[in-house]
Design a protein around this ligand. Structure first.
Ligand SMILES: *Cc1c(COP(=O)(O)O)cnc(C)c1O
Length: 433
């Protein structure tokens, strides 16, 4: 399958080129030329299939032309070694729990899938080592690092701002060792991102080592998230509740929801989508006004959604031929303040005993406010509440149990390389690697 750039000024790429490069030369995002519908027979029997079986069918539609069937199946089955259950919260509202993976956040699937696919291309081509640079404000770094841990031929450098990520988050990428190096930058998240961008643009450095990125602009990281939507549908169909299904996605960079929109293009019977935002409501405003006005992000308690210029907006626009009407017909928006998020976590916990994390709370609330009586809603619960321990404990006024997987990270020993925020020292460090 060939991929084109959303800016339409770069040459087409193969899957391998799109995965290794990440961003097209014209700074556009890669889009597949075809989004193949899955046959009716698949949808007719989907409720009898396992998560892995469903995911493989979806992966085959995207990647089957470029990856041998047995390899692709292995990649999918290795990636999805955990369940993604739909749990009833209240009458017609269900939580699709995406947090049962190794780092308890939904980015695990994209991180693991991309690591395995890139690993396959490296083995196949006998390529020299590929180096993944990733700047993180917390969650992306842990999912990418854990996804790539132990994958041969790939080294990952995680850059994070010193003193600005929570202890739990820091432990998830500084304790791994092996092919993962954590770099503790004396600066902000923006400084980390600037270091990564400068590294990609530095000719001497790129001649010295093969560099690539692993954020949701990469097709290998964002497309596998489509698996979630098919499996959500299958679970609701098992319950005979899939006829008027509304899926609500807490959104930041819009990679996750875009994968869902691809699913709908493949024939998945989702009636409509809701994109739930925190106060960073750029997409919500776009839906209302037709104007896309990016602006600096505002810090909120749902911080993985603090994005002022969602990178995958370009893909959403491209998917609907740039038509605001077409976008607004399939996606509606919602936006919530920190106070509303707190109120939602508290209320739902008091009324049902279900503990939301701040991101999932936006998703739940958008359904509670926006569902019609004949609709059933599923929101994507994108992280385990214990990942936002202090916030959540502060809201409900009691201790939250920390899952064993997180506790295991906490017992590890932090190892990191201190780095100043000026590019010269970062470059010198990499040149000596
Ligand atoms: C990354 C993230 C999001 C936002 O996902 P996008 O694909 O960037 O829209 C939401 N919630 C959590 C917990 C995340 O880590």
């Amino acid at each position: 399958m060939k991929y084109y750039s959303t800016n339409k000024r770069a040459s087409d790429a193969t899957l391998e080129e799109a995965v290794v490069k990440g961003l097209a030369a014209d700074k556009g995002l890669y889009m597949p030329y075809q989004i193949k519908p899955l046959p009716q027979s698949f949808y007719d029997e989907i409720e009898h299939l396992s998560f892995q079986e469903i995911a493989y069918r979806v992966a085959d539609a995207f990647f089957g032309e470029d990856v041998p069937a047995d390899t692709l199946k292995q990649i999918v089955y290795d990636t999805l070694s955990f369940d993604v259950p739909a749990v009833k919260v209240k009458e017609n509202i269900y939580s699709l729990e995406l947090f049962h993976g190794p780092t308890l956040a939904f980015k695990d699937v994209g991180g693991r899938f991309m690591a395995r696919l890139l690993g396959y291309f490296i083995r196949k081509e006998g390529k020299k080592q590929v180096n993944v640079l990733v700047a993180t404000s917390g969650d992306t770094g842990s999912a990418v690092a854990n996804g790539f841990l132990g994958v041969e031929g790939i080294h990952v450098y995680v850059l994070y701002p010193k003193g600005k990520v929570s202890e739990i988050q820091e432990k998830q990428f500084t304790t791994l060792g092996r092919n993962i190096t954590a770099i503790e930058v004396d600066g902000t998240f923006d400084d980390c991102q600037a270091l990564v961008k400068n590294a990609f643009m530095d000719e001497e450095l790129n001649a010295h080592m093969q560099l690539t990125s692993a954020n949701s602009i990469n097709v290998a990281r964002f497309l596998p998230q489509a698996f979630y939507y098919f499996y959500a549908y299958a679970q609701m169909k098992r319950r005979n509740l899939a006829d008027n299904l509304v899926v609500c996605v807490p959104s930041g960079n819009f990679g996750n929801i875009t994968a869902g929109l691809f699913g709908k293009r493949m024939g998945l019977p989702v009636k409509r989508f809701i994109a739930a935002n925190n106060r960073n409501d750029i997409f919500y405003q776009y839906l209302k006004t037709g104007q896309y006005n990016p602006r600096p992000s505002i810090a909120t308690i749902a911080n993985a959604m603090d994005v002022g210029d969602p990178s995958n907006f370009a893909r959403v626009l491209d998917l609907y031929g740039g038509s605001h009407d077409a976008i607004a017909a399939e996606i509606s928006g919602a936006t919530y303040t920190d106070e509303q998020i707190r109120e939602t976590v508290r209320q739902v916990y008091d009324e049902t005993g279900y503990l939301l994390d701040p991101h999932g709370a936006c998703g739940y609330r958008a359904l509670a406010e926006g569902l019609a009586p004949d609709e059933v809603g599923v929101f994507l619960e994108t992280a385990h509440p214990a990942k936002f321990l202090q916030t959540v404990e502060g809201i409900i006024g009691r201790k939250v149990e920390i899952p064993e997987k997180l506790q295991a990270f906490m017992r590890g020993t932090k190892q990191s390389i201190p780095m100043s925020k000026d590019f010269a020292s970062f470059k010198e460090y990499l040149m000596n690697e």
